[in-house]
Design a protein. Structure first.
Length: 339
């Protein structure tokens, strides 16, 4: 109880919160391009908008400029905000110190709740403590499943990255892979490290780690191409985000390699690539659901005292595999930018 004191006065059964969340009606809305800081969204809901008092909630992520993954997270957050009569303030910075400053800005604005990602949790420890001291509830999403409880967050929504990596490693074994390279686009990001570590734990073949500059896609392509030319034994490339998988297809072509590609995360272009066979499969963590649940949970807490997972367990949104056998089932949603 001490870890999240100030966030709640008594415990509620997690099942009640989950049932309440499931009963709420989703309302669609559009997302503007990613990477803009301190923007506000007040998209309208088509039906079922809450009549509860207006709330202000800040969503602060470690999004890099141009990373379309976060557009999907943001769409989910905006849908929940529109339905729940919430003014959503979105801001992002891949630099952990800058992200902490954005959280401090939200505290200074006296928001009613904060949702954050924990790619580099140590840098956010102090500012999370300040939010708690100001009696502002804080939930986590996407990155930091192994750290959210240590920092005293109320809830967490995402996938266990180690488990996801282990599942992908088993999938590589089933595919007969012998030599794979795990492409990491941001050094120091705890979630990306856990993904590669998980793959290595279960993959029975040889796994190498290749670091690339995720903010410079031409450099990503040339680095992967050079690696494939240097080591012709590589038969699988594992990327940790959809844009990097799509770039890797170009590297395979330029290097004259026969390596196949698997990735974490989806977007519209990636589902088409899976359908066409240039990418074998993807691990889907459902980022739309992460954004939606994070914002909706703060509304539930303020208006009904609910918290999901009882403050002890994360709410898992993945992993799930998308390949040629089921890509058609998610392609229509991906086309809308929600998967």
């Amino acid at each position: 109880m001490d870890r999240i004191s100030g966030f709640r006065s008594r415990r509620f059964a997690p099942a009640v919160a989950l049932a309440a969340a499931a009963a709420l009606t989703l309302a669609g809305c559009s997302s503007s391009s990613g990477g803009k800081k301190a923007e506000e969204s007040e998209a309208g809901a088509s039906a079922g908008k809450a009549t509860t008092p207006r709330m202000t909630v800040a969503l602060v992520t470690h999004q890099s400029p141009g990373d379309t993954f976060w557009d999907i997270v943001r769409k989910g957050a905006e849908a929940a905000a529109a339905k729940d009569n919430i003014k959503l303030i979105y801001s992002a910075d891949p630099n952990a110190g800058n992200q902490a400053n954005l959280v401090q800005n939200a505290i200074d604005q006296k928001v009613d709740g904060i949702a954050i990602t924990l790619a580099k949790p140590d840098a956010l420890k102090d500012v999370v403590s300040k939010a708690k001291a100001a009696n502002i509830p804080v939930v986590g999403l996407n990155s930091g499943v192994s750290e959210w409880k240590k920092l005293g967050l109320m809830e967490f929504f995402g996938q266990d990255e180690t488990v996801a990596g282990e599942a992908l490693g088993n999938r590589l074994n089933a595919a007969g892979a012998k030599s794979a390279v795990c492409v990491v686009q941001e050094q120091g990001n705890i979630g990306l490290t856990q993904r590669c570590d998980g793959v290595e734990k279960t993959f029975s073949g040889k796994l190498q780690t290749l670091f690339v500059n995720g903010t410079d896609m031409p450099s990503v392509k040339s680095t992967i191409t050079a690696k494939l030319k240097q080591d012709s034994s590589i038969d699988y490339i594992v990327t940790l985000g959809a844009p990097f998988a799509l770039t890797a297809t170009q590297s395979v072509s330029e290097a004259g390699s026969k390596a196949k590609i698997a990735t974490f995360d989806l977007n519209k272009q990636l589902t088409s690539a899976i359908d066409q066979g240039s990418i074998e499969f993807a691990v889907d963590q459902q980022p739309y659901l992460q954004g939606y649940l994070a914002i909706d949970s703060l509304w539930l807490y303020k208006n009904n005292g609910n918290y999901m997972g009882g403050g002890e367990q994360p709410v898992l949104t993945g992993p799930a595999f998308v390949d040629k056998t089921n890509v058609d089932a998610v392609a229509a949603f991906a086309a809308k930018g929600t998967r």
